[in-house]
Design a protein. Structure first.
Lengths: 339, 301
């Protein structure tokens, strides 16, 4: 651990990446605790409020020539045939009784507003929290499944290995994205859709169930290599049980492989989560992730409102670049034999 | 291969039978009486024990007859066969272009390894890979097609050449650009791994020039991992382009599966999953044989 830290410290890119990743983690922790971006869902600005840097820009309505929008002529009297006509007076009276307060809406926001005037910067921060949390949770689950199955297959060999290899072949022979789609279809319409009411767990399960195979293959190979090493045989000689040899003796020695693969999975899963959320198969509509922001951004771009696209892209690209660089540095620090 | 296929069959069956919704209720829609649902259930054989249902499903798989789509009433096999050409029209050019472009770029970077150029290209690759594919498609479609009008925004026709030359170029261009970064990174590592070998040192010792070593010796040996990687990419030609198909309204397999997921159209999803699993297995088998031809050291196990 000590050497890992000192090796990582020497790597300038690794240190900077670690700093960025830690900054993101602090940000999403603050967002999870409600310290920042708690009001991402409040409509604080005008629809499509412009970024502060650009200043106030005339809205689409104001740009129309005066009177152009107003329809001409009088509307015909329909009260004789309109079945709701007698109710209008009562409704108007009751509406007047209600006190309506329109909150102060600002014309500009730090990084612009979306269609409903929500702050894009707040959304991007909250979206980071959801996207990163989903990616990390799914990667942890996939690692758990892959490590357990890989350890059993590699350590025991024989029938256990044959069975798990068959399972691996079954899961990898179906193209990944199809398995994701099939699971999404099943979980959305099936009985389990009520169990995962929050929706976010559904994404985590889909990713974990489809993404464990790579980890399994790596861990299995490592266990096959290690199971007949002297230190494992020595442990067996002093009476260590199979479980103890697998998870107390061998596991710490293959931990670096698992850690690097786990980081790779986080990056891959965040990308898939973004695509799933974009397609509407990911996080539910009352949440925001980078993917849902991008799906709104597609229609916004056509009318020239580029800031939500920019916010989601920049937040995602910076995090993933830093995380990938950190993974590379981690691999170099953990395994000096490689390059 | 057969045990794997049986496994895929059971996996799909279990997934839809025990985790999916009740097909009869999905088929009957929102307003249906209990009798109607019962009738549908009898028609589909859902009142039989599950082992009998597995038998029905296995027969469907073996005869390649999955019945009709629940939503459009089209036979599923017909949907599959009519959607496949559109998918292949864009995925095969993508695969060819990305491999043919990545090899020279990776060789160039490997030649300048350790220099500033190498580090800049690698850093750009990592950054380019960190931006979602969605962003490339959204921005590419907006700028190149909508703003500048270089390509049609979306669409598809009945003529093959019209599709390939008019509608396919933009999706192919975007996908190739996006996959260039990871491929370059990968191929560079293949070339660098080869340059550590003894035969490279021998070639240097007898005074061969560096480009000659790279082209005559390293390139040939590095083709083996490159070929393995292409074999891994091959199955992706069938469903890998679903995002492009959705964005550009291309009537291909990926878009069809996405629509089926949204409509809970189980027969289509089940059939496509199994068809594509079978195709993937055959492609992998073919790749293994090809691999043996290229590298005589490989033994087929």
């Amino acid at each position: 651990m000590e050497t890992l830290w000192s090796r990582l410290r020497q790597d300038r890119i690794g240190t900077i990446s670690l700093g960025i990743v830690l900054a993101y983690l602090a940000l999403i922790l603050a967002a999870a605790l409600g310290l920042v971006s708690a009001g991402w869902n409040r409509e604080v600005g005008l629809p499509y409020a412009t970024p502060s840097l650009l200043g106030v820009q005339p809205s689409l309505e104001a740009a129309l020539p005066a009177g152009a929008a107003r329809p001409r002529g009088t509307s015909p009297d329909l009260s004789a045939v309109d079945p709701l006509a007698p109710k209008y007076a009562e409704w108007a009276r009751r509406t007047a009784e209600l006190e309506v307060s329109e909150p102060e809406r600002s014309a500009t926001l730090p990084w612009g507003g979306d269609r409903w005037g929500r702050d894009v910067l707040d959304k991007a921060v909250k979206g980071s929290q959801v996207s990163i949390a989903v990616g990390v949770a799914a990667a942890l689950f996939a690692t758990l499944i892959g490590t357990l199955l890989g350890a059993f297959a590699g350590f025991y060999g024989g029938k256990t290995n044959d069975f798990l290899e068959w399972l691996y072949n079954v899961f990898t022979s179906v193209p990944g994205i199809l398995l994701v789609f099939a699971l999404a279809a099943v979980l959305r319409s099936g009985g389990l859709s009520k169990v995962f009411a929050s929706g976010i767990w559904m994404v985590v399960i889909i990713l974990a169930v489809t993404g464990w195979t790579g980890m399994y293959r790596l861990v299995r190979a490592e266990y096959m290599k290690h199971r007949s090493r002297e230190y494992v045989l020595a442990a067996q000689a002093i009476g260590a049980s199979a479980g103890s040899r697998m998870f107390v003796h061998i596991l710490p020695n293959v931990g670096h492989v698992i850690l690097v693969q786990l980081s790779l999975l986080v990056v891959a899963f965040i990308k898939v989560e973004v695509i799933l959320s974009f397609l509407g198969l990911g996080v539910p509509v009352d949440m925001v992730s980078w993917g849902t922001m991008l799906s709104e951004a597609q229609t916004e771009l056509v009318i020239g409102k580029w800031w939500q696209l920019a916010a989601a892209t920049v937040f995602m690209a910076v995090f993933l670049t830093a995380f990938s660089m950190l993974t590379d540095s981690l691999r170099d620090a953990l395994d000096p034999k490689l390059r | 291969m057969m045990p794997t296929l049986a496994g895929v069959l059971v996996l799909v069956f279990v997934l839809f039978k025990f985790f999916g919704g009740d097909p009869a209720e999905i088929l009957a829609g929102q307003v249906a009486s209990a009798e109607q649902i019962d009738a549908i259930r009898r028609e589909l054989g859902l009142d039989r024990p599950w082992i009998a249902q597995l038998g029905i499903f296995a027969r469907e798989v073996l005869t390649f007859d999955f019945g009709k789509s629940w939503m459009t009433r089209e036979p599923v096999s017909e949907i599959f066969m009519t959607r496949l050409p559109a998918t292949l029209t864009i995925t095969i050019p993508i695969l060819l272009l990305e491999v043919l472009l990545a090899i020279p770029v990776a060789m160039l970077v490997a030649y300048f390894r350790g220099t500033l150029l190498d580090r800049i290209v690698m850093a750009v690759c990592v950054a380019a890979m960190s931006v979602s594919f969605l962003v490339y498609i959204i921005v590419g479609q907006y700028l190149l097609a909508f703003q500048w009008g270089l390509f049609p925004v979306q669409g598809w026709s009945d003529g093959f050449w019209n599709n390939l030359l008019k509608y396919a170029p933009l999706p192919v261009l975007l996908a190739t650009l996006v996959s260039l970064a990871p491929q370059t990174r990968l191929y560079r590592s293949f070339f660098l791994d080869e340059t550590k070998n003894d035969y490279v040192r021998t070639a240097r010792a007898k005074g061969l020039s560096e480009p000659r070593i790279l082209f005559r010796h390293v390139l040939r040996n590095a083709m083996i991992p490159v070929l393995t990687n292409v074999a891994l990419l091959l199955p992706g030609v069938f469903a890998g382009s679903f995002l492009l198909e959705i964005f550009f309204s291309i009537p291909g397999l990926g878009r069809e599966i996405f629509l089926a997921v949204n409509r809970s159209d189980y027969p289509v999803i089940q059939a496509f999953t199994i068809y594509l699993a079978v195709l993937t297995m055959f492609v992998n088998l073919a790749a293994d044989v090809l691999y043996r031809l290229v590298d005589p050291r490989v033994q087929l196990g």
